[in-house]
Design a protein around this ligand. Structure first.
Ligand code: PLP
Length: 418
């Protein structure tokens, strides 16, 4: 492989403060930022649309969007305006009181989806946590206290709280954090027969991502999602979709399950909902939320005025006429070009999959090498399971940036072939 522009720099150790300490008589050290991430040594100072600029002036084409968060790109003028107007009025208000922006956002999410009610929180994991609690309480509040188990899928990712790592079932995420939260039964993703066989008189719900993100962009078969809907209906179970990553326009529909023509009872959303401002939401039918009465769940910051002001505008933009059509158009172009790329570089790539602007390039060489090479050539992507490189550009990305990305992908693939 030829030397890459930035590859040396990105591998060096982070430069933040390191604090020495003693543990069991041994001298050790720890960075002041708890080292739970293997961070790349890049410090971004500003962003504009699909571009990020580092402190030392290097520009990167952002095809990661903070892992599917900045759906409208960086510093979108309408989000800036909404945030600054709200910041001059009121930052925080407890959920002990009515919050106008929150009511407005709930009304609009309800009118755009299957849902009849929304709980607001701050992150994806909290949104899933609310889904899990709601499913359990639905049954327990109706006198079916044995029904507490949730069927989840292999390869799933639902967050990093204790309940959501237990729901995900990834051994690496659970390692050292036991005991896991009880009440999750893992079955093969996409296998309806296994899901049916797992149903018992203890089952409360089924929880799946319509497109698995962390495990390497794995879209669920539409028939599988429809089959889960039929199965949950037959057994009086709740169907929960986790759309934290694939929702909010990412696949070309407001929510990915719309492609399959099925509706869940409960759904988690976050990430792109705030366009970069932390906000999460758990949407539900009135029936599923029937036992979520005052005092059953809460959040200090959830649905705060700043987050809701921004999320209302994110929703405005995504629901504007033609916005999702454009996501589909650009997504098809990127997918077609990716198919060609894979065909031209069979020693680097194996296949490509995804929907809309949620695309996964499965690699033949380590995906981290591909990501590093792309980074060296000025393009940021995201690692995924199954040796995949995730392409998650802003939904507002322009033709110019798509063409620039295709050039970098081609150039990097050629370098990696050598
Ligand atoms: N659910 C899915 C499908 C996700 O992709 C993620 C994060 O990547 C989460 C839940 C957790 O979201 P957060 O990191 O905001 O807690």
């Amino acid at each position: 492989m030829p030397p890459l522009l930035f590859s040396k720099q990105v591998r060096v150790k982070p430069a933040f403060f390191v604090i020495p300490f003693m543990c069991r008589g041994q001298a050790m050290s720890i960075s002041t930022v708890m080292p739970t991430y293997a961070r790349t040594n890049l410090v971004f100072e500003s962003g504009d649309g699909s571009w990020l600029t580092t402190q030392d002036g290097r520009q990167f084409l952002d095809f990661g969007s903070g892992i599917a968060v900045t759906a409208l790109g960086h510093t979108h003028p309408r989000l800036l305006e909404a945030l600054t107007i709200q910041a001059k009025k009121l930052w925080h208000c407890s959920n002990l009181y009515r919050i106008q922006g929150q009511e407005q956002l709930a009304d609009r999410l309800v009118s755009a989806t299957f849902a009849e009610t929304v709980f607001f929180c701050n992150s994806g994991a909290e949104a899933v946590e609310c889904s899990i609690k709601m499913a359990r309480r639905f049954h327990q509040g109706s006198g079916k206290s044995a029904r507490s188990q949730i069927i989840t899928a292999t390869g799933a990712f639902h967050g990093r709280t204790l309940a959501t790592i237990s729901a995900g079932g990834n051994k690496n995420h659970l390692d050292g954090f036991g005991p896991a939260v009880e009440g999750f039964r893992h079955v093969a993703f996409g296998d309806l027969g296994e899901a049916r066989a797992a149903v018992s008189d203890q089952t409360a719900a089924v929880l799946v991502e319509p497109v698995q993100g962390e495990s390497g962009i794995q879209p669920a078969d539409y028939d599988y999602l429809r089959g889960l809907r039929d199965m949950t209906n037959e057994h009086g179970l709740l169907l929960i979709f986790d759309e934290v990553q694939c929702g909010m326009g990412r696949t070309g529909k407001l929510f990915a399950h719309e492609w399959a023509g099925v509706e869940p009872d409960i759904m988690s959303a976050a990430k792109a909902l705030g366009g970069g401002f932390p906000i999460g939401a758990c949407l539900a039918t009135g029936k599923a939320a029937t036992n979520m009465v005052a005092g059953t769940h809460g959040s200090t910051f959830g649905g705060n005025p700043l987050g809701c002001a921004v999320a209302n505008v994110v929703l405005d933009v995504i629901l504007e006429e033609g916005f999702l059509d454009r996501v589909n158009e650009i997504g098809e172009k990127l997918m077609a070009a990716s198919v060609d790329l894979v065909a031209r570089h069979p020693s680097v790539f194996e296949t490509v999959r995804g929907k809309g602007l949620m695309i996964g390039l499965k690699c033949k060489i380590p995906n981290t090498d591909v990501i590093e090479c792309l980074m060296g050539n000025g393009m940021l992507t995201v690692v995924g399971g199954d040796n995949v490189v995730r392409l998650l550009p802003a939904l507002t990305i322009g033709e110019k940036e798509i063409n620039a990305a295709l050039k970098i992908l081609e150039q990097s693939a050629a370098q990696l072939e050598m």
